[in-house]
Design a protein around this ligand. Structure first.
Ligand code: UGA
Length: 427
């Protein structure tokens, strides 16, 4: 199949490279020329495990990048929209990139004779494809949806860091469509994937994406709430989590208690769904609470630190990890940030270390904190260590160079607990 992909962020690029690897001819389109040049040179502009290898293997053969939308659409039968949909202040989505992409595709469709399917992979609230994307495409192409062109919603469930693996081995594929022809074409693209395929209408597919992320965030906030109680009762929440997860109805995943969830997806998607609920005149009690539990975890860590060492003023505090989770350089909505802000507010000298996220964190904190080039250097002479991201290298840390060997682990990652005053956030 000839496919074009609009947007080369982690979703677009992974989708493009993954579909090329599966034997399709793929054109990745992005407005940013530097990105396109890097991709065409066989390198990935973003870090995703395994992406460079697959890119190098496919580029110039059945994969090419371009800044030319016209060329991408005219030389493909299916176009995936994979542009960003960031949050606005009120929680609603900034759809400007989706609208621009739809407008551009629509204009080009006006000069195309053959049938074309547009697939919305960007995360959009239920109703957006039908109420916004289809009208823009029709208006700009002068053509009619169903008779002249097709539409499908195909949400992504990729986790940052392991997106390539997730793309090639998905748990399921959701194809939302209103007409048989588009559905069959998208089914053909995914015909060599070994997983269940669920066919729905477009709105349902859009909702599945939000329900999936909200449910996962709910699991984490749930176990954090149980963990906050466990801490008071001197119970290890990880044993409790194991105890409940042996029930096949629960499943053991996303029950790691700690500092809570962040990243570019859960906070944005929950906010958007809460916004949508309110627009519908429904008060989403559970989702509000899921958010609230999450927002309070960083303060819990700070309170615990205060109980351990008293005032933060003038104390040297090592913060281990700044990324929103291990395995990425992404600091968007990282729970590490409110922790660092809280420490700075009360006069602490923060020395932070993250194996990947230092550059992204610097853009935010500048010279308000110090950046260590290794975990050991951040721990040196410190009064307290806070472990905030689940990087594997934090499992076997050496705390001997600390001034006071007080360690609060907010991710249950430290294995080497001998000779230190160890405290878990929820255990
Ligand atoms: C999430 C979803 O897992 C993907 O399926 C989805 O496609 C993606 O959002 C998206 O919408 O694009 P991601 O944001 O990459 O993926 O990160 P996760 O691995 O889901 O972790 C999210 C947050 O939850 C992290 O801050 C992580 O530390 C935290 N977490 C995760 C916990 O605190 N406990 C857990 O047990 C699991």
């Amino acid at each position: 199949m000839d496919i074009s992909i609009i947007g080369t962020g982690y979703v677009g690029l992974v989708t493009g490279v993954g579909l090329a690897e599966k034997g399709n001819r793929v054109i990745c389109m992005d407005m940013i020329k530097e990105k396109v040049d890097i991709i065409n040179s066989g390198k990935s502009p973003i870090y995703e495990k395994g992406l460079n290898e697959l890119l190098e293997k496919n580029i110039g053969k059945n994969l090419v990048a371009t800044t030319d939308l016209r060329n991408a659409v005219l030389n493909s039968d299916v176009t995936f929209i994979c542009v960003g949909t960031p949050s606005k202040r009120d929680g609603s989505l900034d759809l400007s990139s989706v609208k621009n992409a739809s407008k551009g595709i629509g204009k080009i469709l006006s000069e195309k004779d053959s049938y074309h399917v547009v697939v919305v992979k960007s995360t959009v609230l239920p109703g957006t494809t039908e109420e916004t994307v289809i009208p823009i495409l029709e208006e700009n192409s002068g053509k009619k949806f169903i008779s002249d062109f097709g539409i499908a919603a195909n949400p992504e469930f990729l986790r940052e860091g392991i997106a390539v693996k997730d793309f090639l081995n998905p748990d399921r594929i959701i194809i939302g469509s209103l007409d048989k022809r588009s559905r069959r074409i998208i089914e053909q693209i995914y015909s060599n994937f070994k997983c269940p395929i669920l066919r729905t209408d477009i709105k349902t597919a859009e909702m599945i994406k939000y329900a999936a992320n909200s449910f996962l965030a709910t699991k984490i906030s749930f176990i954090n709430e149980i963990g906050n109680m466990c801490k008071k009762l001197n119970i290890n929440v990880y044993e409790v989590a194991r105890g409940i997860s042996l029930d096949h109805r629960v499943s053991p995943y996303f029950l790691n208690a700690g500092l809570g969830w962040g990243g570019s997806c859960f906070p944005k998607d929950l906010k958007a769904l809460i916004y949508k609920a309110k627009k519908l005149g429904y008060e989403p009690f559970l989702l509000n609470a899921v958010f609230k539990v999450n927002e309070e975890q960083p303060q819990r860590l700070l309170d615990m630190a205060k109980r351990k060492i008293g005032s933060f003023k003038g104390k040297k505090i090592a913060v281990l990890g700044m990324a929103f989770k291990g395995g990425t350089d992404d600091v968007r909505d990282s729970p590490a940030f409110p922790v660092i802000e809280g420490l700075l507010r009360e006069g602490a000298n923060v020395t932070a270390y993250d194996p990947n996220a230092e550059d992204s964190a610097k853009e935010f904190f500048g010279d308000r904190i110090e950046y260590a080039d290794s975990a050991e250097n951040s721990l040196k002479d410190s009064d307290l260590a806070l472990i905030v991201t689940d990087w594997e290298e934090f499992e076997e840390l050496d705390f001997r160079e600390m001034k006071n060997r007080i360690v609060i682990d907010a991710r249950n990652i430290v294995k080497n607990r001998k000779g230190i005053d160890y405290e878990g956030l929820c255990w």
